[in-house]
Design a protein around this ligand. Structure first.
Ligand SMILES: C[S@@+](CC[C@H](N)C(=O)[O-])C[C@H]1O[C@@H](n2cnc3c(N)ncnc32)[C@H](O)[C@@H]1O
Length: 364
C-alpha cells in the first residue's frame, strides 16, 4: 500500500515547499563533495558521450533542478579542462504521482536559458519527469549511469505495519512517530518497515544502473543505534506536543492523535549499511554523517524567529499529510503552537539535523 499522504505543499506561494526548502537545499549542498567525486570518477573512467542521470524524490521548486544542474556543471567543467566534446545529458526527475511536477516543468525554459547563458558551449540536457515510487522499478535494465536522491529516503512507503490508523490497540499513544518515550515495539515497527523499503529500493536500482554506475544518497539519519535520543525525536515530538495541547483544549480528538503515525524514519547508519551489504550488488565508496543547519535565519533575527521559521519549513513538508487526517482548519493554530515548542527546544539545544550521505558503486 503506497501512502498518498507523502507530498510536499504544492505551488509557489509563501507556504509552498518551493519557498520553504532551504534546509533541504543545505542537505544537497552538504553532499556536494561526494557527488562531485562520484561523477568525476564515473566520467573520467569512461568519458561517455551520453549520461543518463536521475534525481529520485526531486519534489518541486528550485531544489528539483538543483541536484541535476550541479552534476552537469561538474562534468562540463572537467570536459572543458580536457578539451572534450559536450556530453548529452538525459535527466530524469522522479517523484510520486501527486507531486507538483507542473511547477518544475514551468521552470524548465528558464533553467535551459540560464545554463546556455552561463556556458554557451555547455552540454545539452533533455529533462523528463518520471512519476512513480522509487520503492519499485522505474527504468529498464541497465539504463542509468548516475543516481542521486536527497532528503527523500527517510519517507517510508507506508505507515509501518502494526501502527496503521485502523489498528485497534494503539501502540504509540499521544505521539506521531518514534519519540523519547515510545516502546521498543514502536521502534521495531519503524525499523522493519525501513529495512523492507530500503531493500526494495536497492534491489530496483541495482537492476536499473549500469555496471560501474554510481549512486549518491542523502537522507536524515542518526549517529546512534538508539532511536529515542532527544535530538532524533524533537521535530515530531514538538508537533505531537502541539497536537496534544490542542486535544487538552478540545480542539482535536485525542483518539485522532493516538491512531496517527507519520511514515518517517531516520535510520542509523548501521541499518543502511546492513541492507546494502545484504543486497551485495553495490560497493560502498564512502559513507559520511553530516550535520546540517535546519534553520537559516538572517543575521539580526532573534531566537524566537527560529522556532517559527522551522515550523514554517516543516509545514511545507507535512501540512498536506496532516490536513488529510486532522482537517485543514486546524493547521494555522497547530503550526503556531509547534513553533512555540520548537523555540523552547532551541533555547536548550542547537537546531541541527543529522544526515547520512552514502556513495555507492554498482559492482560487476
Ligand atoms: C523533502 S522532499 C525532498 C525533495 C528534494 N530532493 C529536495 O532536496 O528538496 C522529499 C520528496 O520525496 C518524495 N518521495 C517520498 N517517497 C517517495 C517515493 N516512494 N517515491 C518517489 N518519491 C518519493 C516526496 O514526494 C517529496 O517530494
Amino acid at each position: 500500500m503506497e501512502v498518498q499522504g507523502v507530498r510536499m505543499k504544492e505551488g509557489e506561494d509563501e507556504t509552498s515547499y518551493a519557498k520553504n526548502s532551504l534546509m533541504q537545499k543545505n542537505i544537497i549542498l552538504a553532499s556536494r563533495k561526494m557527488v562531485k567525486q562520484a561523477i568525476l570518477d564515473l566520467y573520467c573512467t569512461t568519458f561517455p558521450e551520453k549520461l543518463n542521470i536521475v534525481d529520485l524524490g526531486c519534489s518541486t521548486g528550485p531544489n528539483a533542478l538543483l541536484a541535476i544542474s550541479e552534476i552537469m556543471d561538474i562534468v562540463d567543467q572537467k570536459r572543458h579542462e580536457l578539451g572534450y566534446n559536450p556530453v548529452q545529458f538525459q535527466c530524469f526527475l522522479n517523484d510520486l504521482l501527486w507531486n507538483d511536477f507542473n511547477t518544475v516543468f514551468k521552470a524548465l525554459p528558464g533553467f535551459h536559458k540560464k545554463r546556455l547563458e552561463k556556458d554557451p558551449k555547455g552540454s545539452p540536457s533533455f529533462v523528463v519527469g518520471v512519476p512513480g515510487s522509487f520503492y519499485g522499478r522505474l527504468f529498464p535494465d541497465k539504463s542509468l549511469d548516475f543516481i542521486v536522491s536527497s532528503s527523500s529516503l527517510h519517507w517510508l512507503s507506508q505507515v509501518p505495519c502494526g501502527l496503521e490508523s485502523g489498528v485497534k490497540n494503539h501502540l504509540n499513544r499521544g505521539k506521531i512517530s518514534i519519540s523519547k518515550t515510545s516502546s521498543s515495539r514502536v521502534f521495531s515497527c519503524y525499523s522493519e518497515q525501513f529495512q523492507r523499503d530500503f531493500s526494495a529500493f536497492i534491489t530496483s536500482r541495482s537492476k536499473e544502473i549500469v555496471i560501474g554506475g554510481r549512486m549518491v544518497l542523502s537522507l536524515f539519519g542518526r549517529k546512534a543505534a538508539n532511536p529515542t535520543e532527544e535530538e532524533n525525536c524533537y521535530p515530531l515530538d514538538c508537533l505531537a506536543n502541539a497536537l496534544m495541547d490542542m486535544a487538552s483544549e478540545g480542539l482535536v480528538e485525542e483518539e485522532r492523535i493516538d491512531s496517527y503515525n507519520i511514515p518517517f524514519y531516520a535510520p542509523w547508519s548501521g541499518e543502511v549499511m546492513n541492507v546494502i551489504h545484504e543486497d551485495g550488488t553495490f560497493a560502498v565508496d564512502r559513507l559520511e554523517i553530516v550535520e546540517v543547519e535546519v534553520v537559516t535565519i538572517k543575521s539580526g533575527c532573534d531566537d524566537v524567529m527560529k522556532g517559527h521559521q522551522w515550523a514554517k519549513n516543516l509545514r511545507a513538508v507535512m501540512e498536506p499529510m496532516l490536513a488529510d487526517h486532522f482537517g485543514r482548519e486546524i493547521m494555522d493554530d497547530l503550526f503556531c503552537r509547534a513553533g512555540n515548542h520548537f523555540n523552547e527546544f532551541f533555547s536548550r539545544r542547537n537546531p541541527k539535523g543529522t544526515c547520512i550521505v552514502v556513495s555507492l558503486v554498482r559492482k560487476g
